[in-house]
Ligand binder design. Structure first.
Ligand code: GLA
Length: 387
């Protein structure tokens, strides 16, 4: 891949003197959805697919961005002195946002660069292609400009960029999972304090299969921010009767005891999901540690049901993929992953059932939805690195 990236760079910028090549992964979340902005737990892992960049530092403060995924956009010009959101800069607002956010946090990026990106994460699939570009850019700035910043801080600055520069109020899960990825391990992260633990993902005779609905979603124009404010409102109402900082502070019993104060059916459902999903995530990790993959899978299924009925972020495409998956032989668990409203599902499928799974779910999906889903058997990889 290093040579391919060098060739891309040459194609776009002429030569490859002094060019370095970097990689940052995408991520899939196994369980713990829409809990990260509610002070709950998440359990994502980094993938071996992700975003590559070939980059060369400049002597001046200019920035020149190019993506092999959006060649029609050509080279997008900017400068360290003009780091403002511009609609016409399109995808380049992600790296621009990170460079801006680094400055806001007093990290001194004092030279511009020429950079070519290439991602092999399906775009808009909910596998965090944008967080992958962000963390990659932060990591590159650290390496090229010698910034004294660690990977967790890079993830926080990237989240800040997404929140304040690109206007999506996302939590920390994606950027953290990408920055801190570890081969063959999922990350059990408590988003209330960023304590985390790596858990080996030993699936025995099964693998992770991702099904991409090909229904595109952009977080910005989805109902993501709306869900977040619904949770904030439910929390504010609960706080009038119980001393909590976040919905993640409540057990299921405490929630049931106090929920009447919310006095709104929709808000109650949203909060219920946040509380129960957090507890499910804790139980799922316990099950995994006890080698009980069957229980882990059942909790994944419950997570989907809750996202479908209480949080209402699935939609017919994701529900079709998941409901079809549940009917297949050899499926240990299946659920939507990421923000929802399109994007992907994550499935744990026994090795000898994978071909039939892809065939059957693929057929049922196309018949019902009218276009194809894509399937990927994925592996869990490391965080950002230089190649
Ligand atoms: C998106 C956000 C994350 C998280 C998930 C839902 O991926 O970027 O912060 O909220 O949705 O779990």
């Amino acid at each position: 891949m290093r040579d391919t990236m060098l060739n891309y760079f040459k194609e776009v910028f002429g030569d490859t003197d002094g060019v370095k090549v970097f990689f940052a992964p995408g991520r899939v979340n196994l369980i713990g959805e829409h809990t990260d902005y509610n002070g709950g737990h998440v359990f994502p892992c980094a993938l071996t697919i992700g975003t590559y960049a070939a980059v060369r530092l400049r002597k001046d403060r200019k920035l020149r961005f190019h993506s092999m995924n959006f060649t029609e956009k050509g080279i997008i010009d900017s400068s360290l002195d003009d780091l403002v959101y511009k609609k016409e800069d399109d995808w380049a607002n992600y790296p621009k946002g990170v460079l801006w956010a680094l400055g806001e946090h007093s990290y001194n990026v004092d030279k511009g660069f020429d950079i070519v990106y290439f991602g092999n994460i399906p775009n808009g699939s909910g596998l965090s292609s944008s967080a992958s570009i962000e963390v990659l850019t932060g990591f590159i700035a650290k390496q090229l400009c010698g910034l004294d910043i660690d990977l967790i801080k890079i993830s926080l600055v990237s989240q800040y960029a997404e929140n304040k520069f690109n206007g999506v109020n996302c939590g920390i899960m994606d950027q953290f999972a990408i920055a801190m990825g570890k081969q063959d391990h999922a990350i059990f992260l408590d988003t209330s304090n960023l304590n985390y633990e790596y858990a080996p993902l030993e699936l025995g005779d099964a693998k992770l299969v991702i099904a991409c609905s090909n229904k595109k979603r952009g977080l910005g124009d989805s109902k993501y921010n709306e869900r977040r404010s619904e949770c904030e409102e439910a929390l504010a109402r609960l706080q009038t009767v119980v001393k909590i900082e976040t919905l993640g502070d409540l057990s299921e019993e405490e929630f049931e005891q106090h929920k009447d104060v919310i006095k709104d059916e929709v808000l109650t459902k949203r909060a219920k999901h946040a509380v129960y999903e957090n507890q499910r995530t804790i139980h799922a990790v316990e099950a995994l540690k006890a080698n009980d993959i069957t229980k882990f899978g059942l909790l994944m299924n419950d997570s989907h049901i809750s996202l479908q009925h209480d949080y209402e972020v699935t939609g017919i495409e994701l529900d079709t993929l998941v409901e079809s998956a549940w009917k297949q032989e050899g499926v240990i668990g299946a659920r939507m992953t990421g923000a929802g409203f399109g994007g992907c599902t994550v499935n744990i499928v026994k090795n000898d059932a994978i071909d039939a799974f892809i065939d059957n779910v693929g057929k049922e999906y196309e018949e019902k939805i009218g276009y194809k889903a894509d399937f990927y058997v994925v592996e869990i990889g490391d965080g950002p690195k230089e190649l």
